[in-house]
Design a binder for this molecule. Structure first.
Ligand code: SF4
Ligand code: SF4
Length: 143
């Protein structure tokens, strides 16, 4: 038995609605950003690269203990700081850091904290930041 297709009242309606949809998208502002010449928008609460205030670190090792994957290790650093008698400060392996913010939340002096910086690409084969490098801006860290 032959099956007849139902007759459509407006045979071009599908094509026209498709063209309208394409045209409406064509008129929208593009969301692609020409990075790195243009910087993408980062929300106010976005956090990524970790920083450290050496003068505020008391060497309590809480950040090292709370880090879930061992990305933080304490390092000796010979600098005068009456608040840090053991002279130990955290370094961070950003290659394994999951940006969980545990270290920031547990730090009793807010010495370690996450920043807006996200451009951490580099040529050296290590994402380990020494305590001194954690105090620097990303562009000043040796790549
Ligand atoms: S953000 Fe999380 S994973 Fe990264 S160093 Fe801190 S505690 Fe460790
Ligand atoms: S950064 Fe904060 S939590 Fe880590 S050792 Fe220093 S004071 Fe303690």
């Amino acid at each position: 038995m032959e099956v007849k297709e139902p007759k459509r009242k407006f045979p071009l309606i599908g094509i026209i609605s498709g063209m309208i949809s394409v045209a409406s998208h064509g008129l929208k502002k593009p969301i692609t950003v020409q990075y790195p010449e243009q910087k993408p928008y980062t929300p106010e609460r976005f956090r990524f690269r970790i920083s450290l205030k050496l003068d505020d670190c008391v060497g309590c090792t809480l950040c090292e203990q709370v880090c879930p994957n061992g990305s933080i290790k304490m390092e000796s650093l010979n600098r005068e700081n009456p608040r840090n008698k053991r002279k130990i400060y955290p370094d961070v392996n950003f290659g394994t850091c999951t940006v969980c913010r545990n270290c920031e939340e547990i730090c009793p002096t807010t010495a370690i904290y996450l920043t807006h910086e996200f451009e951490t690409s580099r040529t050296r084969n290590s994402f380990l930041y020494s305590p001194t490098e954690l105090t620097m801006k990303e562009e000043d860290v040796k790549k």
